[in-house]
Design a protein around this ligand. Structure first.
Ligand SMILES: CC(C)(COP(=O)(O)OP(=O)(O)OC[C@H]1O[C@@H](n2cnc3c(N)ncnc32)[C@H](O)[C@@H]1OP(=O)(O)O)[C@@H](O)C(=O)NCCC(=O)NCCS
Length: 225
């Protein structure tokens, strides 16, 4: 088992380009479809393609996220710098298909609840990408990496209750619904933020989300659900 300190230094080395990792993903016929590539420091500075795409996608899917604000490239870049590259507990993967095109992304937050629990977030697939199942295969490869290489024990996802398309993806990957949680809408400086409220207050909530989870012992990468 990797200690928390080891994982922090592993993530640090990846994000600073000292350690190169890529997670290949395959379809059911074992044909390679693409790879998950971590966002590294040098890419954010030298190549704004990632920032441009992420900004566009965030605008396209603004209402799917718990925090909604005025979306700009500067803000995306600053978020990547401060919340991903400099953070101890996060990593962010772009999804690249075989022709080198970037078609989406997924984020990972480590050490939720305890050192062996991660939360997956920021699932996005480019609206123009018509490849059926690509997110399922990419997500399963990421889950496999977290469970079998990093030895995590449990993964969590929080998703709006009305976002059925995302929930279907998570269920295809093996996640189950744990509970529904009420959300309170808060007005921020330039937008809104939904925060969790006490279970007992669910009827008074502005919106609800579903908490989903998957344990290592229940995951089988080859299982078609
Ligand atoms: C959530 C999101 C990433 C899911 O993408 P997706 O296109 O449904 O996922 P996939 O690439 O796995 O494709 C699934 C589709 O391919 C089909 N499919 C075909 N062959 C498949 C296969 N072998 N394996 C899996 N799915 C397959 C599925 O049935 C599904 O069809 P449908 O679109 O008619 O339901 C996408 O909807 C998105 O970007 N949404 C906006 C952002 C968002 O809501 N993020 C989540 C915030 S919590």
């Amino acid at each position: 088992m990797l200690t928390k300190e080891k994982i922090i230094s592993y993530l640090y080395e990846i994000k600073n380009g000292k350690l190169k990792i890529e997670i290949d993903f395959f379809n059911d016929k074992d044909q390679k479809l693409g790879k998950l590539k971590p966002v590294v420091d040098s890419k954010i500075k030298d190549n704004s393609k990632i920032v441009k795409l992420m900004t566009k996608w965030r605008k396209d899917y603004k209402d799917k996220f718990f925090t909604q604000f005025e979306i700009t490239e500067e803000r995306t870049k600053s978020w990547l710098d401060n919340q991903i590259i400099k953070s101890d507990d996060r990593i962010f993967f772009m999804i690249e298909i075989n022709d080198k095109k970037l078609i989406g992304h997924i984020g990972v937050v480590f050490f939720k609840d305890n050192d062996l629990v991660c939360e997956l977030d920021n699932f996005v697939k480019d609206k123009d990408c018509q490849i059926s199942g690509i997110m399922t295969y990419a997500t399963k490869a990421l889950i496999n990496f977290l469970f079998n290489s990093l030895k995590m024990e449990k993964l969590k996802i929080r998703v709006f209750s009305d976002n059925l398309k995302a929930q279907e993806l998570y269920i295809r990957c093996g996640f189950s619904k744990i509970k529904e949680v009420g959300l309170k809408k808060e007005i921020t400086e330039d937008g809104i933020r939904y925060t969790e409220i006490e279970e007992s207050d669910i009827r008074a909530s502005d919106k609800t989300m579903v908490l989903m989870a998957l344990k290592r012992k229940d995951f089988n990468i080859n299982k078609n659900i």
